[in-house]
Design a protein around this ligand. Structure first.
Ligand code: PEP
Ligand code: MN
Length: 361
């Protein structure tokens, strides 16, 4: 055996010894965890961790630097703590691990999340009774009931139209009652939540507020469904944690909405993260909607992205419709007019039927 081979064999043996000791330490950590659980003591103990760090520093004879060894041990401490936590307790309430079956959000008899695909349409912002009425009538003709429309608008510039506020909510409710629609509308301020409950059927929390934790907590305390949009630069994990804030307060009627994320790409307003849909469907039990208007910001991409959403298994598609988009006070470039909406519906429906009826061989 050459010297190198001998050393290699020695290092293999030492590695296995470390492995054995590491797992032995893991078992002791588990026992400590159980004892602490019985005594109702917190698992993480910074005083004990400090003691171990000092012990390491005192006994370290090298060649590794004390800081290096401490860094390695920090990972061991972290892994041991994870070992002590039982998996089910750690699982998020929004996760499939916690609840394997789909959550179905029922809005005016429309069941979102039960496998049937829906369309949520309506103007970007409420501008007038006539404007909302025209859209509602067109939707009714298409047999649609889920109408969106913003009364409080989160605008990038403070000088842009901020929405009609309460007056907008009143218009939405009036038209909804006249036409048999359900209303989905965004609330920006926790103080407006209570008032909004009298007017809307689903509270929307917009992308800019996905991590407005106080708003999320208030949304969790109401007994109305919440449509939560993904933040402009939010990871899927952050999106799930935002939904967890709502669920943790007791409201499980949550619809997730993928609305595109900010990337370097400038061809579209945002980049539609289509793979977020199956990921969210797999990781959570909540219904997932794709907003094709805000993700693309382009009228010509509404239908292709809606098809992608339907094909990939989204529970609903959201898009904006305005009787005269050219004069709309917000998102004028990407809202469909009524004939465009009718065409969109016809083609999207045909596609959805095709997808659902495609025989699998
Ligand atoms: C909206 O849906 O009206 C809206 C403002 O969208 P987002 O929060 O996704 O930008
Ligand atoms: Mn809009």
């Amino acid at each position: 055996m050459s010297e190198l081979e001998m050393l290699r064999s020695k290092i293999e043996k030492t590695t296995l010894q470390i492995l054995e000791l590491l797992n032995e330490r893991g078992k002791i950590a588990q026992d400590i965890g159980k004892l602490k659980e019985m005594q109702g003591v917190k698992r993480y103990d910074p005083v004990q961790e400090r003691k171990l760090f000092d012990l390491i520093a005192e006994h370290n004879e090298g060649p590794f630097e004390t800081s290096t060894v401490q860094h390695i041990f920090k990972q061991i401490f972290k892994a041991s703590l994870e070992l002590q936590e039982d998996d089910n307790r750690k699982a998020l309430l929004v996760s499939r691990k916690k609840k394997p079956e789909n959550t179905v959000v029922s809005v005016l008899g429309e069941e979102i999340g039960n496998g049937t695909q829906h369309f949520i349409m309506g103007p970007c912002a409420v501008e007038s009774y006539d404007q909302v009425k025209l859209v509602a009538q067109a939707m009714k003709q298409q047999g649609l009931k889920l109408m969106r429309g913003g009364a409080y608008k989160p605008r990038t510039s403070p000088y842009d139209f901020q929405g009609l506020g309460l007056e907008g909510l009143k218009i939405l409710r009036q038209v909804a009652d006249e036409e048999g629609m359900a209303i989905i509308s965004e609330i920006l301020n926790p103080n407006d939540m209570e008032t909004a409950l009298d007017y809307v059927d689903v509270i929307q929390i917009g992308a800019r507020n996905m991590q407005n934790f106080e708003l999320l907590k208030v949304a969790g305390s109401v007994r109305k469904p919440i449509l939560l949009k993904r933040g402009l630069s939010a990871t899927i994990e952050e999106f799930m944690y935002a939904a967890e804030y709502i669920l943790a307060q007791g409201n499980d009627q949550i619809i997730l909405c993928e609305r595109g994320i900010r990337t370097y790409e400038k061809a579209t307003r945002n980049t539609l993260d289509i793979s977020a849909v199956p990921i969210l469907k797999k990781e959570t039990h909540l219904p997932v909607v794709v907003d094709v208007t805000h993700s693309t910001g382009r009228k010509d991409l509404l239908l292709p992205t809606a098809k992608a959403a339907l094909a990939i298994g989204a529970d609903a598609v959201m898009a904006e419709v305005h009787p005269d988009p050219a004069v709309a006070l917000s998102d004028s470039a990407q809202q469909m007019n009524i004939p465009e909406f009718n065409k969109f519906m016809e083609e999207a429906r045909a596609f959805a039927n095709l997808v659902q009826k495609t025989p699998v061989s």
